[in-house]
Design a protein around this ligand. Structure first.
Ligand code: SF4
Length: 104
């Protein structure tokens, strides 16, 4: 379905979507007080998006000027994070934002 939407929209306007946000993980090692990691701690599910699911999203990246791999989680904790970046860059999609919070 995403491939069909991308094909139809892509014919009309190059990259008609300003930005897509993809939350590749909900895992994080920090404890920001405003974050659902803290406010919903009892219900929070720490999970990674599978590479197969990410691959299904990739065709939609052609529609976007930017893809943000961020959300309520630290994307660099995902074991396939760099592979996901490579896949997005293969489509010449800009990746301007990470939710980097690596603390030495
Ligand atoms: S996901 Fe972001 S906001 Fe939430 S605890 Fe981690 S660093 Fe803080």
């Amino acid at each position: 379905m995403l491939q069909r939407i991308a094909a139809v929209l892509g014919r009309r306007v190059a990259r008609p979507i300003a930005a897509l946000q993809v939350e590749i993980t909900t895992r994080c090692f920090l404890h920001c007080t405003f974050c659902p990691h803290e406010t919903l701690r009892a219900q929070w599910r720490a999970e990674d998006m599978s590479l197969a699911t990410f691959q299904r999203l990739v065709p939609a990246f052609r529609l976007a000027k930017f893809v943000h791999l961020q959300g309520w989680g630290e994307p660099l904790l995902h074991p396939d994070a760099l592979r996901m970046v490579e896949m997005a860059l293969d489509l010449r999609t800009a990746l301007p934002a990470w939710h980097l919070c690596i603390i030495p």
